[in-house]
Design a protein around this ligand. Structure first.
Ligand code: BEZ
Length: 253
């Protein structure tokens, strides 16, 4: 799920082909959620539904929401009940869910207070909110490379970085202000191998370069890749993306 204003266009097929690590690395988060037989769970930003299905496999009933119609269609094909919705607007459920789960979504939502408020409203009192997303320092090398390439090419304009990578303290304050008790919140590096950083940029930075011509986009991709080779490429390990995750478990009071 992304904020209401679309800042990235998702192609579910290339997303699945190059970023299946997003789901594969999330099983500890599903363990942390610990879904129980018969529970009702909201997957906030369900994408193409892989994690929703895993939660369903463990016996819970899941409803997914996502802002991308393409992802909703894919999730539906997998048998997930999923709806198009933005977390920055009130959700159509009041105190319905035993738990809300969210993976790799909240860094797309700088209006964090609104998202947390809407999630809180959908949860039963005493319900839990378990989430993971990019935290302070996430993809710092990539952000710096994007800014460097834009600075080299004033004709590209100013880069509009759409991501929000908060510190644990700042997100804790947002959760508490919206009525959650934070059991714990943690920031940790999770270096993540990927076939080529170019694919990462093509998938996740397409909203940043959408206004550029195809030739300018190619210049952007090549120059970013050259810069990032220094810091993110290892001859033995290959490309390793500098992910830093923020993970928390919180309870609605
Ligand atoms: C992330 O999962 O950390 C991420 C994904 C896309 C853009 C920025 C960060």
């Amino acid at each position: 799920m992304q904020p209401k204003k679309k800042n990235n266009q998702w192609n579910p097929d290339s997303y699945s082909e190059y970023t299946d690590f997003v789901y594969k690395l999330a099983s500890p988060l599903v363990d942390l959620l610990d879904p129980r037989e018969g529970e009702s769970i909201l997957d906030a930003g369900c994408g193409e539904g892989s994690l929703a299905r895993e939660i369903m496999r463990r016996g819970a009933q899941v409803i997914g929401v996502d802002q991308s119609p393409e992802m909703i269609r894919k999730a539906g094909e997998k048998g997930v009940e999923a709806y198009e919705a933005s977390l920055t607007e009130p959700l159509p459920w009041r105190e319905k869910f035993d738990a809300v789960f969210s993976n790799a979504v909240l860094h797309w939502i700088p209006q964090a207070g609104e998202a947390v408020r809407n999630i809180a409203a959908s949860l039963k009192p005493g319900g839990r909110f378990v989430a993971e997303f990019g935290g302070a320092g996430n993809v710092a090398q990539i952000v710096a490379a994007i800014e460097e390439v834009f600075a080299r090419h004033p004709e590209f304009g100013e880069p509009k970085i759409p991501w929000y990578f908060p510190t644990p303290q700042s997100y804790r304050e947002i959760l508490e202000a919206e009525g959650f008790r934070v059991e714990w919140i943690d920031l940790f590096p999770r270096p993540t191998p990927m076939e080529d950083v170019r694919y990462w940029l093509e998938i996740f930075a397409n909203g940043i370069i959408g206004h550029l011509s195809p030739k300018q986009q190619e210049i952007f991709l090549c120059e970013c890749r050259t810069i990032l080779r220094e810091s993110l490429y290892d001859p033995e390990k290959g490309w390793v993306i500098d992910y830093v995750r923020l993970r928390f478990k919180a309870w609605k009071r």
